[in-house]
Every structure is written in C-alpha cells, then in structure tokens.
Design a protein around this ligand. Structure first.
Ligand SMILES: O=C(O)CCC(=O)C(=O)O
Length: 284
C-alpha cells in the first residue's frame, strides 16, 4: 500500500499522547459532505438488512456489523493509510481486524438497553479477569455525526487504561468523561480504557459512527473474514487481505506442517506473510 497518509507523524508525539490519555484524535479526517453520504449508505444497508430480518441492533443502538459487505467501497473507512500507519506503531505490520461495526445511538426515552457496548467495559482481552498487558486490542472510532455532550457520545473513565487488574462493571459516573469530537474526526482508542456508549438525550438526533477493533494476527477474529469475503476476494488488495486474515487463517482440512512454519516466521519476523505463505497455510 502506498503511504498516502498525511495525519500521522514519523515522531512518537501522537503515540505518547495516546499512551498517556487513552485516546488520540485526528481532526477533520473526513469532510462533512462525505460523512453525510456515508450515513445515507448505512441507512440503506440497515433497511435492506431489516427487510431480510438480519441483525441491526435495537431501537436505542443500531449496529451494522461488517457494513462493507454490501458496499466494498466502505472497507476503506477501516483499512486506510492513516489507520495503517498508527496501528503499525501500536502493534507491528502483521496486525489484523478483529471485529467492526457501524453504530448509531438514537434518541430514545426508555431505559431499555440491549446492544453490546452500553455497559462499562474494556475492549482488551482477559486472562482470569485480568486484562492482558501489553494490551492486545486497540480500536478506532470514526465520527460520522458530531459527538457532543447530549447525543450519546462514548463515555470513558480517565486513565483507566493504566490498570490491568480486575475492573468492575459498575463505575462511579462522577468520574466519567465524554469523548467529544466533530463530524469527520477519527479517534484511536486504547483497548484497555474503560468506556461505554452514552445515552442520546437530544430528540431527533443521531450518533452515527464506525467502530473497528484491531489485534495482533494471532488473536482469533470474531468471524472468519476469509470465508466471509470470498465472494469479493479478487477485488481486495494484498494489504486488505492481510488485515482480513487471509494470510493467517489456520488450515481447515489437513494438518499442514507449513502452517506452523508460517506462524513461526511471523513470530520471529524472519519474513513477511504473503499469498504464497497462505497457499502453504491452506495446504494448496
Ligand atoms: O457506541 C459507543 O460509544 C461505544 C461502543 C463500544 O464500546 C463497543 O462497541 O465496544
């Protein structure tokens, strides 16, 4: 992938800010017009999925997992040079996509909450209730609507990403803050930060956003992207394939010793994964 990013510096200042505060904001990543067009596309995808009785979240929080399935151009929202450059700093070049969704928080007067994300949580992974250190998951939020004080912007507990011990689902709301951002801002969120979806108290408003989670290549993804994207695999770039696990999916049928060779290469960084190594992974 050509390095077309103009937002991430070659210095460590942005990374230091991220590690200190638990998030880092890239301002004006998308234009307002582009955000509006994307929201229109997402609404169409939502209606299509509703029509087919597929999962679209609930009335409070609308959730479209893998929203790019109907429109491949939307994949660029979560796989692009800016995100790539920052994630390579956080992990290494072998990072992959874990799960993703477009999320809208609607104004809704009842307190019924069902969709994932409304309870205090960390996105990091856990062993025996302790979060993994170093953190093995970081995310991005692409704000397609403004995130303001009233429309359900993401809430967080400041500096909670510094602790890796057991954390409670019940947090003192007096200590919480809101992530405020303009329409079009891109936020890198530390996976160990305690956060949750806010409540939208603004009638007739929405809070559309894109969330995507990334991990090292050896963390199991939420779905088998290689199978899921088979239909369009010829249209994907090598980098998109790498991020969608094409180079690191375990073999399905036979035990191929080359798979372990490939994995080992990634661990000790002897060579880059490529399509040939995937062929060996699959025993082809
Ligand atoms: O919608 C939000 O503000 C938070 C979403 C979230 O925390 C998640 O998807 O894990």
């Amino acid at each position: 992938m050509k390095n077309l990013d103009k937002y991430i510096t070659n210095k460590d200042d942005q990374l230091d800010f991220f590690n200190k505060n638990g998030f880092f904001k890239v301002k004006n990543f998308l234009s307002k017009e582009k955000c509006i067009k994307i929201i229109q596309k997402l609404n169409k995808i939502k209606d299509k999925r509703k029509g087919k009785k597929l999962f679209v979240g609930d009335k409070n929080i609308e959730v479209l997992f893998n929203f790019f399935h109907e429109d491949l151009s939307l994949l660029k929202l979560i796989i692009n040079p800016t995100i790539d450059k920052f994630l390579k700093k956080l992990f290494d070049e072998h990072y992959v996509l874990q799960i993703n969704s477009a999320r809208n928080v609607n104004f809704f007067s009842s307190n019924i909450k069902k969709s994932a994300g409304y309870k205090w949580h960390k996105d990091n992974r856990f062993i025996n209730k302790k979060s993994m250190n170093p953190c093995v998951l970081h995310s991005i939020i692409l704000c397609l609507d403004e995130f303001n004080k009233y429309n359900g912007s993401t809430e967080y507990i400041p500096l909670s990403h510094k602790s890796f011990s057991f954390f409670s689902r019940r947090q003192n709301n007096n200590y919480s803050k809101k992530i405020l951002a303009n329409r079009g801002d891109l936020i890198f969120l530390h996976g160990n930060l305690i956060h949750r979806t806010g409540k939208n108290k603004l009638p007739n408003s929405t809070r559309w956003s894109i969330f995507a989670f990334y991990t090292p290549w050896w963390v199991k993804p939420a779905i088998n992207y290689k199978k899921y994207m088979k239909r369009v695999s010829k249209k994907l770039t090598d980098n998109e394939k790498k991020i969608l696990h094409f180079n690191s999916t375990p073999p399905e049928k036979k035990l191929d010793i080359n798979f372990f060779d490939t994995c080992f290469s990634l661990i000790i960084d002897r060579k880059q994964p490529n399509n040939n190594s995937q062929a060996r992974v699959n025993g082809e």
